[in-house]
Design a binder for this molecule. Sequence first.
Ligand code: HEM
Ligand code: HEM
Ligand code: SF4
Ligand code: SF4
Length: 376
Amino acid sequence: MGYDPANPMADRITDIGPPHYEQFFPPVVKNNYGKWLYHEILQPGVLMHKAENGDECYTVRIGAARLISIELIREMCDVADIHCDGYLRWTTRNNVEFMVDSKAKVQPLLDDLKSRGNRMPVGGTGASVSNCVHTQGWVHCHTPATDASGVVKAVMDELFDYFTSHKLPAQVRLALACCLNMCGAVHASDIAILGVHRKPPMIDHDAITGLCELPLAISACPLGAVKPATAKNSAGEDVKSVKVNAERCMFCGNCYTMCPAMPLADPDGDGIAILVGGKVSNSRTMPSFSKLVIPFLPNTPPRWPETVAAVKNILETYANDARKYERVGEWAARIGWEKFFEKTGIPFTIKSIDDYRLAYDTWRTTTQFKFTSHIK
Ligand code: HEM
Ligand code: HEM
Ligand code: SF4
Ligand code: SF4
């Protein structure tokens, strides 16, 4: 029955959860589930998994923009229909994978993908720069300090060669979040791009009393910068509001998330910070958080040249200097962060010195350090 607005609960289906993934397994995956022996990367973007019974599953990984139209999804379905019996999958980094059950089917699939221009670029495996995990930006969120899709497109254009090859010491994970809610993976990625504000919130005294739960706005602040206050609205009346101690505010935007009358976005104030050295795997060393190395780059749509250049510089300095298997953070830790700043030529600023609560542990409590040439 069609939805009846006069009787919204009639025929309502709820709590059915996602469909079971097994019904979408290609036969070769279903038959060999839990029985894989080993895998090989045959070339950038192409994997082979060997099963106990000798079966082989060939996987071709393509980049995707994450934000894609139904038309492009249908085109991907066409590719899956032609080559893969209608099966395909998305990865945890929003790449798309086509699987076939014999080697003979790989080349026709690659040729087909190639014929579709760069809409379906093959790569993202091994020691590459795979897709950049990213967020909503100006396409859909109300708290961003930068855009997501635009910056990611500009960065991936410049690093495209690293997506389609295996020439890095280890995989390099890029992530972008458009505000420091950090939806996604910026806090644990090799190179992270993060939208930041630099001005305290404005307060709309006309709207705030009715629009916001004031205690929520006050308790949202990590620094106690928001206090209850009586203020005058534009009609000259006393209203319940808040005041912000700008000296204490670090522009996180948390109060705006709680209270729509405290907006802080600003075209000149807002921009991008770069963090590096995070990882989530336990290989060799523990997972780690990424660390702030560039406090601010301007928002320069549509191509963000400063951000693109900064990411490329870090990536290529790492690529030339790190040892095989070393992730960006492992490299920086081995050579010392002072050497990271020297080799990348990034000016070290006071903004990289932690001053929040547990900051003490991030300072240097040893005489072990290296002299560097880049600080005059
Ligand atoms: C035997 C168990 C597991 C295997 C074999 C496995 C394997 C993988 C593989 C192959 C990838 C893709 C790596 C790439 O992008 O190249 C991946 C990504 C990931 N896995 Fe697992 N995984 C396992 C368990 C888990 C568990 C238990 C969690 C979470 C509790 C987890 C969280 C993740 C996350 C967050 C990613 C994305 C990381 C990234 O793309 O940077 N995995 N995993
Ligand atoms: C102190 C706070 C946090 C800690 C300690 C933390 C820690 C971690 C760790 C260790 C991982 C890797 C998980 C794995 O591989 O199994 C991870 C991944 C992730 N975190 Fe956080 N996280 C924090 C805050 C957040 C916040 C605030 C968000 C979003 C609003 C977030 C979203 C995610 C997402 C989406 C991933 C998966 C990334 C991927 O698929 O590659 N985390 N986090
Ligand atoms: S990171 Fe911030 S601005 Fe971006 S989608 Fe998440 S909450 Fe919105
Ligand atoms: S922006 Fe953040 S630090 Fe500034 S007042 Fe709001 S919650 Fe506090």
